[in-house]
Design a protein around this ligand. Structure first.
Ligand code: MG
Ligand code: MG
Length: 285
């Protein structure tokens, strides 16, 4: 066994699922407030409130980097791929926005991200979102005992490149559990049959980061935000997934205990929050 790969017991996976459900609710709340004119700080605030309500700790606040990461989510717009810092920027019709959120609950981490359109988006942006989401699920399908991490990586890469897009090289999926980053690293590119064998109890955050133009990225002046170097659109989807005898278990999937109607109402609850309140919560978080 590779150093740093922590296998989880069935009991530990159940606890990770709770963190994952809370994370899913936070992301749902964030998505629910997205519309033209909303600021990225307001989107962050919607997610932050959910974490607070569940007595969960944001996994991202304080992550070391150029300076400690300052928010509960990362919100990356259009050419911004990952690690965008929520702030004053207001979304415009036709933008696409990637939201990544991490939750720590009773010592376990859920890590998940998605990209959504703002208002009406063009065909290229929609295709990018669809292909990136599909590539995540292509990778998840390979998360079974006996496969290797390379099988997962290759499935993601092949799906993305078959549609004429590129996967990022500098940032990868990762083991996750008691800490947000454990071994193994799972890149979005690789070769079938290579890498670490997957075993029951492994928990990995798969996260295809996809670029419509060149795969080169650069870090913006805020020293956190990663964007495409050519300024073209990018997208990001992520789930925390467990390898089990019964197949892949998406720990950050939506909460199946909530039916659709309740789930939507849960989300709607946050839409009505006054902007001043969400804004001040965000800046004090
Ligand atoms: Mg993430
Ligand atoms: Mg991650």
């Amino acid at each position: 066994m590779q150093r740093g790969v922590m296998l989880k017991s069935a009991r530990e996976l159940e606890r990770m699922r709770i963190a994952g459900k809370i994370n899913a609710r936070a992301l749902a709340a964030a998505v629910a407030v997205i519309e033209p004119g909303v600021s990225t700080a307001e989107i962050n605030a919607a997610a932050a409130i959910v974490l607070k309500e569940h007595n969960a700790t944001p996994a991202f606040v304080g992550v070391p980097g150029a300076y400690p990461y300052p928010a509960e989510t990362t919100i990356s717009v259009n050419d911004e791929l990952v690690h965008g810092i929520p702030g004053e920027r207001r979304l415009e019709d036709g933008d696409i926005v990637s939201i990544d959120c991490g939750t720590v609950h009773e010592g376990f981490v859920g890590d998940s991200a998605l990209t959504v359109g703002v208002g009406s988006i063009d065909a290229e942006a929609q295709k990018l979102i669809d292909v990136t989401r599909e590539s995540l699920f292509a990778g998840i399908a390979k998360m079974v005992p006996g496969n290797r991490t390379g099988d997962v990586s290759a499935a993601i890469q092949q799906h993305v490149e078959a549609h004429g897009f590129e996967v990022v090289r500098e940032y990868t999926g990762h083991g996750v559990g008691r800490s947000m980053h454990e071994d193994p690293q799972v890149p979005n590119y690789g070769f079938e049959g290579r890498g670490l064998p997957l075993k029951t109890g492994m928990t990995i955050a798969l996260e295809p980061m996809v670029l419509t133009g060149s795969r080169e990225t650069h870090v913006l002046k805020d020293r956190w935000t990663v964007a495409s170097k050519d300024g073209k659109l990018t997208a990001h989807f992520e789930h925390t997934v467990a390898v089990t005898e019964n197949g892949p278990w998406i720990l950050t999937d939506r909460d199946e205990d909530l039916d659709d109607e309740i789930y939507i109402r849960y989300n709607d609850y946050f839409v009505g929050w006054p902007r001043e309140i969400t804004g001040s919560r965000s800046s004090s978080a």
